[in-house]
Ligand binder design. Structure first.
Ligand code: SF4
Ligand code: SF4
Length: 198
């Protein structure tokens, strides 16, 4: 966005900018209309008719920094890396991380999360928790979208076991398989929903 003092006189008047916006919008509309008509006639099938991606049936390649659903990372012995330091919860702007620390049997480990929960209904997927963690115990590199659940807010809360299991799944299945399983579930939900509508 440009600051008002950096704008030219024409830009400050806005009329030209509004006209440009209208032209762009209607240009896209006419283009899409034309290609949808051609597709209906069996022509130009190789040209996309719209910019929108028909998720989950179509896929867009995400950048490597894409912030997907969280996971708690694990030590080689399968134990959770998190030390219950609360830095993620403190950094979280949505205040959606809940941690209950506990003493660990191992004297080398001061604390571990007896309970670790993320309310993904409140989460804004900003990644601050990942940035704040000093021991790389939480990541958002799963590549999968937030889940779509029936309207029960409790189901959006992801507990420690869910977050740990996601790390195991990522290692065992790989990100591609994990994505396929995730989208298959979403397609199933869509199909069930359309069956109920019909
Ligand atoms: S991604 Fe942002 S909003 Fe979500 S849990 Fe992490 S810090 Fe909180
Ligand atoms: S995930 Fe990281 S920042 Fe959050 S409590 Fe555990 S160790 Fe601390």
């Amino acid at each position: 966005m440009r600051r008002r003092e950096d704008m030219t006189l024409l830009e400050k008047v806005y009329v030209v900018e509004i006209a440009k916006g209208v032209f762009l919008t209607f240009g896209k509309l006419l283009r899409n209309l034309m290609f949808h008509t051609l597709h209906a006639l069996g022509l130009k099938k190789d040209v996309r008719a719209a910019a929108s991606i028909q998720y989950p049936n179509e896929r867009r390649d995400y950048p490597s920094r894409y912030r997907g659903r969280h996971r708690l990372t694990l030590h080689d012995d399968g134990g959770v890396k998190c030390t219950s330091c609360f830095l993620c919860a403190t950094a979280c702007p949505a205040k959606c991380i809940y941690i209950e620390p506990a003493e660990h049997d191992d004297p080398e480990i001061e604390k571990f999360p007896h309970r670790y929960e993320i309310d993904t209904l409140l989460c804004i997927y900003c990644g601050y928790c990942v940035e704040a963690c000093p021991v790389d115990a939480i990541r958002m590199d799963t590549g999968i979208h937030p889940q779509v659940y029936p309207p029960d807010p409790r189901r959006f809360i992801e507990d420690k076991e869910t977050l740990m299991q996601r790390s195991r799944d990522l290692e065992d299945l790989g990100s591609e398989k994990l994505y396929q399983i995730h989208t298959r579930k979403l397609i199933q939900i869509e199909e069930n929903a359309s069956e109920h509508i019909e």
